[in-house]
Design a protein around this ligand. Structure first.
Ligand SMILES: C[S@@+](CC[C@H](N)C(=O)[O-])C[C@H]1O[C@@H](n2cnc3c(N)ncnc32)[C@H](O)[C@@H]1O
Length: 308
């Protein structure tokens, strides 16, 4: 919509209702999210207060954000927020926008520990991004009175900064130890979950989109997250399994270096097409046991769980 048309409508109307009556070219729900973001109102408040007067700058700002969205910038990068497991997480261009299917990882870990003493594990999130996984687990399981730990690593310093902000937002800062690390390379020797006398639950949503399909997928998905998110959060060589295979080698060598080892339980998010390849790798190159694949809500194999 042209600025002229905006100011024309604006000169006649100054309420929230009028703001929401202007056609934008976006789906109504996206327009409403942007309007609520500017007005800092809940959906209920925006509905109840729709006769409230608003000033011209609100109309101009909505126009700018609509244009940004139409140019392809993901909605969550514009609002700076994304919901995950019932809570809002801060996001920016340094991190992957959390996906609904990743909530399955949380369900599986919570289910796994529900039959046991929840405080008797260490939790390690590899490739933490916005921190959505480890922060959610710490919120659900953590207790400041109990000596068990939550650990998270990411290769990206700027992603870790977002994760740390999310720990503050969700009041779990004291429960989580973050490390800037290429997989396990820089996980501190002195404060390493594998050297504690507790089983370790490794949760990972590492980049697993097949690097060979990058050009094709980006050309097919203009305006989607895949064209705006950091490359380091998305793509991996070796049919997308490069980082998971490398991580398995590292976990194996850490476990071999310890005199006393506790069980390690792994939950990896995957692309459904990787199920058989990962199964073969685990069977032929690792000591993994009880290998299980779980389908997401759309019926696609999404998480691989196993133990050492
Ligand atoms: C798919 S994103 C997942 C982010 C978040 N855990 C989630 O579920 O939304 C993968 C994350 O892994 C990180 N990453 C990529 N390569 C890594 C590596 N070699 N070591 C540690 N982290 C890595 C990226 O920076 C990115 O934040």
């Amino acid at each position: 919509m042209s600025n002229d048309k905006y100011s024309q409508l604006h000169s006649k109307s100054r309420t929230i209702k009028d703001l929401l009556s202007i056609p934008t070219g976006l789906p109504v729900w996206e327009r409403d999210v942007l309007a609520r973001h500017i007005l800092k109102l809940s959906p209920e408040a925006m509905f109840l207060e729709n006769e409230k007067l608003i000033d011209e700058s609100t109309f101009e700002l909505l126009d700018q954000l609509v244009k940004k969205r139409i140019s392809g910038v993901p909605l969550s990068y514009i609002t700076g927020l994304r919901g995950f497991y019932g809570h809002d997480f801060l996001v920016n261009e340094s991190v992957l926008i959390p996906r609904p299917e990743t909530e399955l990882l949380i369900d599986l870990v919570l289910d796994f520990v529900s039959d046991h003493d929840r405080t008797a594990y260490s939790f390690l999130d590899i490739g933490t991004g916005s921190g959505n996984i480890i922060v959610t687990l710490a919120k659900q399981i953590g207790s400041s009175n109990v000596p068990h730990g939550f650990y998270a690593v990411d290769i990206s310093r700027s992603a870790l900064n977002v994760a740390i902000e999310n720990t503050q937002r969700h009041d779990v800062t004291d429960l989580i130890v973050f490390s800037e690390s290429d997989l396990l390379a820089s996980v501190s020797e002195s404060d390493n979950p594998f050297s504690k006398p507790l089983p370790v639950i490794v949760v990972a949503n590492l980049p697993y989109v097949d690097l060979d399909k990058k050009d094709f997928l980006q050309s097919q998905s203009y305006g989607s997250e895949l064209t705006h998110e950091p490359d380091t959060a998305l793509w991996a060589a070796d049919s997308g399994l490069e980082l998971y295979k490398k991580l398995l080698v590292e976990v194996g060598s850490i476990r071999r270096s310890l005199t006393v080892t506790n069980a390690t339980y792994c939950f990896f998010e995957i692309d459904p097409s990787q199920k058989n390849m990962l199964y073969q790798y685990l069977e032929n190159h690792t000591d993994a046991q009880d290998i299980r694949f779980t389908k997401d809500i759309a019926g696609h194999y999404r998480v691989c769980g196993f133990r050492f």
